[in-house]
Design a protein around this ligand. Structure first.
Ligand code: UT7
Length: 328
């Protein structure tokens, strides 16, 4: 059976930078509160366009890096909770915009763990021997579902897209070496969008009642996220006999700096070996982990042979971890 490697990675951050001071101007909040409670200093807003545009830009960067054309892609998996529309899938829209005329694909709804779930899924197509190039995209236009009058959630989220290319590799020592995923649907109440689906279809009243936004019980999610993300990271280490000194980088979902720190602490990994960009982008949901990979690979800090642990926790609840020995 094939081993599967990440052979290219791209990140697209929209141009508009929104600092914490923006919220100070109209909400009862402060830069100091936001920085100390979350680690976020600024985030990006996509002013024109949709999630597919974030994904397309990220995919173009990844394809250019690999030096291949879009027609070589076999399959596109898009992790998102902010699809352009219910149907067709954002994958289909990206396939068309990118010109990936030989690809099929689909969207995957795993919220903040969407990228981890999507990579775990993409790996199977390549291991099966039926696919050679699977493009996995994590993209979310979180501003499209953010209630900007709610200080509890407005400050947390940003827009972004990132993509990785999965390909078979001859060397079993490199690539995606292990993964583990979990889900507990009893967490729905703590983090969800109330209306717009088949349970509560959109009406004038649902719009008036602000039911099309992110609803989060931050404290409840925080408590389970701290445990879940650390547990899954430690499990990945133990399953693969990795000691903390063997891990070059922890690549955590970027929801809250305090959750990231506590996961690193449980793994025995100093913060110098933790990828962090929440200060500049906030929480971009499915895009956070691949955006970190792209930035740290792009500036040379992530190197061939590095053992890295990807870890996430999010709505569902969903959580998961991936062990990669970086191969490019
Ligand atoms: O990525 C998907 C998964 N999501 C997460 O992992 C998010 C997990 N949760 C969190 O990151 C944190 O719970 C938050 C950052 C959302 C909130 O931080 P917290 O330390 O848990 O604050 P809290 O919700 O317990 O609120 C503490 C106080 C409250 O005031 P009272 O009731 O004590 O008077 C809030 O109303 O802080 C208040 N507060 C704010 N104050 C200033 C909440 N938001 C703000 C704000 N500015 N923006």
């Amino acid at each position: 059976m094939n081993t599967v490697a990440i052979t290219a990675v791209g990140h697209y951050a929209p141009e508009k930078v929104v600092p914490n001071s923006h919220y100070e101007s109209y909400l009862d909040t402060t830069d100091e509160w936001i920085v100390t409670r979350t680690g976020i200093r600024e985030r990006r807003f996509l002013e024109n366009g949709a999630t597919s545009d974030l994904g397309v830009e990220a995919a173009k960067i990844a394809l250019a890096q690999r030096g291949i054309g879009p027609e070589e892609i076999d399959c596109i998996i898009v992790a998102t909770v902010t699809p352009d529309m219910f149907f067709p899938s954002t994958a289909a829209l990206i396939q068309h915009k990118l010109g990936a005329k030989n690809a099929w694909g689909f969207d995957l709804s795993g919220a903040c763990s969407g990228f981890i779930y999507a990579v775990s899924t993409g790996v199977q197509f390549i291991k099966a021997g039926t696919h050679k190039k699977v493009l996995v995209i994590g993209a979310d236009k979180m501003t499209s579902i953010t209630d900007f009058s709610d200080r509890n959630t407005a400050i947390l989220f940003g827009d972004g897209g990132a993509a990785v290319l999965l390909e078979p590799t001859d060397d079993p020592e490199y690539g995606i070496l292990d993964y583990v995923n979990y889900m507990d649907g009893s967490g729905m109440e703590a983090l969800h969008m109330k209306a717009g689906g088949s349970a509560i279809p959109s009406t004038e009243q649902t719009v008036k009642d602000k039911m099309h936004y992110i609803h989060q019980d931050g404290k409840a999610v925080f408590k389970v996220a701290v445990v879940g993300m650390a547990d899954v990271s430690v499990e990945i280490m133990e399953r693969n006999n990795l000691k903390s000194e063997d891990v070059a980088w922890l690549v955590p979902h970027q929801a809250n700096m305090r959750i990231i720190q506590s996961t690193a602490h449980r793994m025995g990994i100093p913060m110098e070996r933790v990828m962090v960009n929440i200060d500049r982008y906030g929480n971009t949901t499915a895009a956070t982990i691949p955006s970190c990979l792209a930035e740290y690979y792009g500036d040379g800090r992530l190197k061939k042979g590095d053992n890295i642990v990807l870890a996430s926790f999010g709505a569902g609840y969903t959580w998961g971890g991936i062990y990669v020995r970086w191969s490019i």
